[in-house]
Design a protein around this ligand. Structure first.
Ligand code: 5GP
Ligand code: MN
Length: 316
């Protein structure tokens, strides 16, 4: 598959549905809304579907266009963004499976190549960075609004330009976005610096519970449904908790469990050498080398013991 083939398919399609992973983060939403605006510019009929998303991203241009449900007729084309496997599209995989043509644009090393056209670059620090190339190939003019969405993806997935995947190209793109009027400092403040009160309270609970294991190389913490109810947590208020453990000196792997309908959602982060995507593959998940997730359906103590045991095997 070349970029040209995929661009041809997008140009051919009349109606297009854009899908992304559950609990969409800044890269998922930013990429989706950037592509939405780009395809609208080309005169396409476009739906972007997400069951729910964090209020943090309400400022993004076209955020109010996001739908909770798609249409009943089959779409010409479905594009999955920032999703390593079709399961992650959540209850919305049906729109993807039913579409006449399926495209996946992603940067997860664990991507299962589940579409007809898979444009996957694991070295890209954000899906939004890959989209810059695709939008340009489509002839879309990247204006301030589209640029704001793309920058949101790049800023969130690089932790504010601090992760290793950041290259000179990342800064070149961002410099170009600045030239087009995007307010980098404003986006940074909105998506990385400002946190809601409920999110703060959830972090507080998780921080108080944080344990250091294996001579301080491993950290463990968790959040239950009751905790979320107690603070009145909103969508994605747990974001950032797993990074608290990761950022302590001497820690290699940080584990965060969040209670769900079916057991626990696992979030892992590493600093130097543990490939947490490999660990998460054992738990039906995946992700990146230094940030990954999966699921475990066991009672709390067993879930904790199992994930701690797996992580321990990778420590030096
Ligand atoms: P987080 O810990 O922030 O939920 O996720 C970290 C990274 O792992 C993200 O890039 C995310 O897309 C990926 N990830 C999280 N959960 C899953 C999962 O269940 N399956 C797969 N394939 N990737 C996941
Ligand atoms: Mn991403």
């Amino acid at each position: 598959m070349t970029l040209d083939n995929m661009i041809e398919e997008i140009k051919k399609a009349k109606d297009i549905v854009i899908l992304t992973h559950e609990m969409p983060d800044g890269d998922a939403i930013g990429s989706s809304l950037a592509l939405y605006a780009g395809l609208k510019q080309l005169g396409k009929d476009v739906d972007v579907i997400m069951p729910e998303h964090s209020r943090t991203f309400d400022f993004l241009p076209n955020c109010n266009e996001i739908k909770k449900e798609g249409r009943t007729e089959i779409y010409d084309l479905a594009i999955a963004l920032d999703s390593g496997d079709v399961k992650r599209l959540n209850g919305f995989a049906k729109y993807f499976e039913d579409a006449n043509t399926k495209i996946s644009i992603d940067h997860h090393s664990s991507n299962t190549m589940f579409a007809d056209y898979n444009f996957v670059n694991p070295t890209a620090p954000a899906c939004a960075q890959i989209l810059v190339i695709i939008l340009e190939a489509l002839g879309v003019i990247i204006d301030k609004d589209i640029g704001t969405c793309l920058l949101t993806g790049i800023i969130t997935d690089t932790g504010g330009f601090k992760y290793k995947g950041v290259t000179a190209e990342t800064f070149e793109f961002v410099a170009e976005l600045l030239n087009r009027g995007v307010n980098v400092s404003d986006v940074y403040k909105k998506v990385l610096q400002t946190i809601s009160k409920t999110r703060f309270e959830l972090m507080q609970i998780a921080m108080n519970r944080l344990e250091f294991l294996e001579d301080g190389k491993l950290t463990f913490t968790y959040i239950t449904k009751a905790d979320e109810q107690k603070v009145g947590a909103e969508s994605n208020d747990h974001d950032g908790i797993v990074e608290m453990g990761r950022d302590v000196e001497g820690v290699e792997v940080s584990i965060f469990l969040r209670e769900t309908e079916n057991g626990y959602k696992i979030s892992l982060r590493s600093n130097e050498y543990v490939n947490v995507s490999d660990i998460c593959l054992m738990f039906g998940g995946g992700g990146h080398v230094r940030a990954a997730g999966g699921n475990i359906n066991l009672p709390f103590e067993q879930a904790k013991a199992k994930i701690v045991e797996e992580c321990k095997k990778y420590l030096r």
